[in-house]
Design a binder for this molecule. Structure first.
Ligand code: SF4
Length: 68
């Protein structure tokens, strides 16, 4: 799923502690930053989201599985 990044989304993801990036996913392999399912995960990494600017796409992974 894609949505457009904007200031409201950025504020709300912080306020509500949104967990949707690879670092929050049970399939994340922290040793090398990859995905256990071998999905290309560059756009799902937290650092990528943190670098997004107004109008760019936020890309949610269809296979996210909460690690909590
Ligand atoms: S399943 Fe998706 S969110 Fe989870 S580690 Fe792989 S690419 Fe990232």
């Amino acid at each position: 799923m894609r949505m457009t990044f904007d200031q409201r989304f950025d504020e709300e993801r912080t306020r509500y502690g949104l967990r949707a990036c690879c670092e929050d996913c049970a399939q994340f392999v922290p040793e090398d930053g990859s995905c256990a399912h071998r999905f290309p995960n560059r756009e799902h990494r937290r650092a990528w989201w943190d670098a997004l600017r107004e109008g760019q796409d936020v890309v949610f992974c269809k296979d996210f599985e909460s690690a909590a």
